[in-house]
Design a protein around this ligand. Structure first.
Ligand code: IDP
Ligand code: MG
Length: 152
């Protein structure tokens, strides 16, 4: 099972898209193992986006992600990383596929609504950056799991 960190960014929360965005990951089959509303500190934002520290948009990115509350979610599933990124759509929303979250609801890279981890390793690290162990229910089994995850 892979794990991914999803952030419903401030623009999405402000626009009332939180439920719509959670719905899309739920209907894809990913299992929610952690979920909370937070106002991200600059310290945590800078840690989360550390790989972008030298990019010209870094300051604006940290300002944006810390500007208002976000909903953070830890999701688990087979192929969770690739599936979630496909559901989210391309970084630049005007290039995102119709049917993806960004392709359906966004226009600009600096207001692209949602974050999803980009690798299996980063999924584990990012979930641990945002959730304490006692805030996660990784062992939880849904009754629908056998209808979504094929037993191997
Ligand atoms: P991702 O969110 O699709 O993984 P990344 O390349 O990891 O995209 O960039 C992280 C975030 O930084 C993007 O989601 C977006 O909010 C912001 N960002 C990326 N590139 C630009 C840019 O060229 N201008 C402004 N913001 C950007
Ligand atoms: Mg990224």
């Amino acid at each position: 099972m892979e794990r991914t960190l999803i952030i419903v960014k401030p623009d999405a929360v402000q626009r009332g898209l939180t439920g719509e965005i959670i719905k899309r990951f739920e209907q894809r089959g990913l299992r929610i193992i952690g979920l909370k509303l937070i106002h991200m500190s600059r310290e945590l934002a800078e840690k989360h986006y550390d790989v972008h520290r030298e990019r010209p948009f870094f300051g604006a990115l940290v300002d944006y992600i810390t500007s208002a509350p976000v909903v953070v979610m830890a999701l688990e599933g087979t192929n969770a990383i690739a599936a979630a990124r496909q559901t989210i759509g391309s970084t630049r929303p005007h290039e995102a596929a119709a049917g993806s979250i960004r392709g359906d609801f966004a226009l600009e890279v600096g207001r692209n609504l949602v974050h999803g981890s980009d690798s299996v390793e980063n999924g584990l690290v990012e979930v641990a950056n945002f959730f304490r162990d006692d805030e996660l229910l990784p062992a939880w089994q849904r009754n629908t799991d056998p209808w979504i995850f094929e037993a191997r």
